[in-house]
Ligand binder design. Sequence first.
Ligand SMILES: [Zn+2]
Ligand SMILES: [Zn+2]
Length: 476
Amino acid sequence: MKKFLTALFIFTITTANAFAVDMSAEINQATEKILPQVVEWRRHLHQYPELGNREFKTAEYIEKNLRRLGIEVRTKVAKTGVVGVLKGDLPGAVIGLRADMDGLPVSERVNIPFASKEKTEYNGQQVGVMHACGHDSHVAMLLGTAEVLSKMKSKLRGTVVFIFQPAEEGAPAGEEGGAALMVKEGVMDNPKIDAIFGIHINAQTEIGKIKYKSGSFMAAADWFTIKVKGKQTHGSTPWTGVDPIAVSSQIINGLQMIVSRQSELTKAPVVITIGKINGGVRENIIPEEMTMAGTIRTLDDAMQKDVHERVKNTAQKIAESMGATAEVSIDTKTLVTYNTPELVNQMLPSLEKAIGKENVYATEWTTGAEDFSYYRLKAPAFFFNVGGMPKGKNVKDAAPHHTPDFFIDDSRLDVGIKAFCNIVFDYQPTAKTARISDDKILTEILSEQIPVENYFPAQFFDAPFQPFILKGVFAL
Ligand SMILES: [Zn+2]
Ligand SMILES: [Zn+2]
């Protein structure tokens, strides 16, 4: 470990000095020039959206454009993912830039000439498909970034890995997918990415703006199911059975007590929502079983673990007290999207330079979730929002993401490109902004051979680095 750290510091010292050149003017000029093309890409992708793990045409479109730029391309990564690798002519760090590619099972209602008319089957249902989260704009902005950077190759220090990731919104039932699968398939390792960056367009943030948050930014999302088993009986004589509907209603109240009475809400928010409840067939039959399903949102790793325990305990003990049983299963969909504070501090001037200091502002954390969170298992990460709401529009009138009226003003897609390109030229690997991890351990974690509690055992790292490793970069 000592040897490794020494090597890292030498690397840091030798590379850090060489980053003084401000490339923002050149980047901005090159970006403005290709903006109409980027808008065209975005509109094409918008018109032909595809669901997660089914982004076949989208992948082809991306591949074609990357190859045109002479960028080395890998396809079929994590099913339909595309990875482009651009090596600069000068030596330096490896930077990952990520865009997600998938649309959603939503029928578009927006009146634009390039509105989606696509339809497909989803979970046995005929559905419309729409880029109702703006991932079309992410792909277009990352392609634009690849275009600008490939033309500046002779001045480019190090390597840029363009990660086009499928299934951010979740893989179809029974399939693996998304960022977790990308990481598992080695996208962060070949070549070894030192730091990774991602953007998300936001329909409630005005165009031309960037908002960010250091530390925990977006929530960990867990999906859970609670199966309550009672004893079936006649609706007129409840005392002869065990009513799982009555038990379930107590459990629902009990779960809200976890939020309001047991979670340290001044530290970080917690949300527990039951989104689905099924059971019973008719008015005068008390059924045998009820099933509830919902989601948990947390913004702190330790609180996430604590809430899991409490959900299980609350459901099981309430059921038990009424003579029923409760079976709880929790499925973690995303981790906390954690922005490495040192990386945020280092890159903030680049964002301000890219679009003007007055257009970059800190925001609150959100209870929405992102599978970008998985990349931080491997390297320091920074994920931020780019505005997509038309200027002057009232936030209350802007349709939320995932709805048929979701709308993005694509006139300022240059913001994402300028931000990415400035980051690439300004990034400096230091002990706290570059990757220092043991891949063997991470591989084991990802294949679940190591239980969550044993992540990064204390003896693994030298003492001075423990707090950093545990809190800052790799902690779950
Ligand atoms: Zn979404
Ligand atoms: Zn999204």
